[in-house]
Design a protein around this ligand. Structure first.
Ligand SMILES: [Zn+2]
Ligand SMILES: [Zn+2]
Length: 273
């Protein structure tokens, strides 16, 4: 979605505020105002904060980050300040969404004409992970001093995202054949699935087909993927589920954990072939 000016600033603050695991600020010039400071202060301590700014040492001008901002960031836990030569890109992202923008994180930008675009990690996963990859590319380049050691310490694992609402399943933005996706389920620690409408237990555990045959026939009359059903497809507890989200919260958590584990195994097989 296109965003401009003051709304863009709000969106950037929203990226900061909604970070739960990791936050990247990529801004050549940094001189933060009070509202930005407040957003950072309210973050959970565990959030890894990677602040990437422009290294101006070769051109002998002041560094891209103001002294006051540097001191502020240094006072927070889990912060890495990374100076990058020739940095001109501006982007803000956490594990859930990103903003690409013309705006630096400076007080003076608040008065500028600025344009930007936001990207949702689940709905636009391909774009999101391309941006994520590009930031990794900056950090790995020889224009910054971010060593591999520092890198490993601060960057948690990439978020794991399954998008199964479209015609093709996407895992971290990569298209996955139905058969492969179905097979990943077989390695989850679940004996069978439970129909989310009638709690019948005679079906396979497969999150793209969480209805038994007769309930599916009923569902197929209206084909409403958001129609509220009664049970969790994994544990069978009463829970407001639907065709797109057939698991209760705790089963969804376990499901993602198991799928990520299986997905990694699969990716390793590809790598070694
Ligand atoms: Zn049923
Ligand atoms: Zn459940």
């Amino acid at each position: 979605m296109f965003i401009a000016d003051k709304d863009l600033k709000k969106e950037i603050i929203e990226v900061v505020e909604s970070s739960e695991k990791i936050l990247f600020v990529v801004s050549p010039y940094i001189d933060i105002d009070d509202s930005t400071k407040k957003a950072f202060k309210e973050l959970h301590d565990d959030v890894s904060k990677i602040i990437i700014y422009r290294d101006n040492s070769s051109v002998n001008t002041a560094a891209g980050i103001s002294e006051q901002s540097r001191r502020f960031f240094k006072s927070l836990p889990f912060v890495e300040l990374v100076a990058v030569k020739d940095l001109h890109a501006k982007a803000y992202l956490n594990e859930r969404f990103a903003v690409i923008s013309s705006m630096n994180l400076t007080k003076s930008s608040n008065e500028n004409f600025e344009v930007g675009w936001n990207i949702d990690a689940e709905e636009e996963s391909e774009d999101f992970f391309e941006l994520w990859g590009y930031i990794m590319h900056i950090l790995e380049s020889d224009k910054c001093d971010f060593s591999e050691e520092r890198f490993k310490n601060i960057i948690p694992k990439k978020p794991f995202i399954i998008d199964k609402e479209g015609p093709k399943v996407l895992i971290n933005g990569r298209e996955v054949e139905d058969e492969v996706f179905r097979n990943l389920h077989k390695s989850c620690n679940v004996k069978h699935g439970i129909c989310i409408r009638c709690s019948n237990t005679s079906l396979e555990f497969y999150t793209r087909r969480p209805l038994c045959l007769s309930c599916f026939k009923e569902w197929n009359i209206y084909k409403n993927p958001y129609f509220k059903e009664n049970y969790c497809h994994r544990c069978g507890l009463e829970f407001k589920t639907d065709l797109n989200s057939p698991l209760c919260d705790s089963c969804n958590h376990v499901f993602l954990f198991e799928m990520e584990r299986e997905w990694k195994k699969l990716m390793n097989i590809f790598k070694t072939k």
